[in-house]
Design a protein around this ligand. Structure first.
Ligand SMILES: NC(=O)c1ccc[n+]([C@@H]2O[C@H](COP(=O)([O-])OP(=O)(O)OC[C@H]3O[C@@H](n4cnc5c(N)ncnc54)[C@H](OP(=O)(O)O)[C@@H]3O)[C@@H](O)[C@H]2O)c1
Length: 195
């Protein structure tokens, strides 16, 4: 796959893992957190922008750089969790759809929120591929994200329209419950079997 200019908003567990994985796959990658000038520069430069900040920081990011996301493929990796670590938006909408409303000119794609950061640089667990579920309304943006996920090492699966973020976000929450609440740890992940 040809090299893509990829910006990542957020340089924590997820941002740094994606930076490693996407660089290894041959892309140019820049991850930036709260430095507003650097964020604006990075977004103007990037073709694809991953959003990897805490859910409750999204409004702040949109206020600061939302205009710059017009026309860009924006990959929403966030899990919509509130301060109590509960699903913040319920089941009648999703963080992905709410983000699309906040940046209507961006091409929002929901992806990778069901994967622990520990596996985001390889897309693999125990030598087997994890599934990257990818949901979005813009076909070319979704295809691009499917290709990027495959290039990292994931089994990339088209999970339908952005509305299906309503399903992917509870699935991400299940992953968190299994790993952190029910004591399985982060060496677990979701994988789609095909018969
Ligand atoms: N960790 C996982 O396994 C995992 C898996 C799937 C999805 N997610 C989701 O991915 C997102 C990031 O998780 P994480 O574990 O990477 O969190 P994290 O380690 O806490 O990193 C968050 C990053 O966002 C930056 N940030 C915070 N507020 C910001 C703002 N207002 N503007 C710009 N940057 C800001 C932080 O910068 P500072 O360091 O300067 O505060 C940091 O670089 C969350 O929505 C989470 O639900 C996480």
């Amino acid at each position: 796959m040809s090299s893509t200019k990829i910006g990542i908003i957020g340089a924590g567990n997820v941002g740094s893992a994606l930076e490693r994985g996407l660089k290894r796959a041959g892309n140019e990658v820049r991850a930036v957190a709260k430095d507003r000038a650097a964020l604006r520069d990075m977004i103007a430069w990037a073709d694809v922008v991953f959003l990897a900040v805490p859910y409750l920081a999204i409004d702040d990011v949109v206020k600061a750089v939302g205009e710059g996301l017009a026309g860009k493929t924006v990959v929403d990796v966030t899990n919509a969790l509130d301060e109590k670590m509960s699903l913040a938006v319920g089941f009648g909408t999703s963080g992905g759809e709410e983000l699309q409303r906040k940046v209507p000119k961006a091409r929002v794609v929901k992806a990778l929120n069901t994967v622990f950061a520990q596996h985001m640089d390889s897309g693999r667990l125990g030598g087997k591929p994890l599934t990257a579920f990818v949901a979005g309304d813009d076909a070319s943006a979704k295809k691009k994200v499917l290709d990027l996920a495959s290039s990292i090492g994931f089994d990339a699966v088209d999970a339908g329209p952005l509305k299906n973020a309503r399903l992917l976000e509870p699935a991400g929450y299940l992953n968190i419950q299994l790993g952190y609440v029910l004591g399985m740890g982060t060496q677990v992940g979701l994988s789609l079997l095909r018969g």
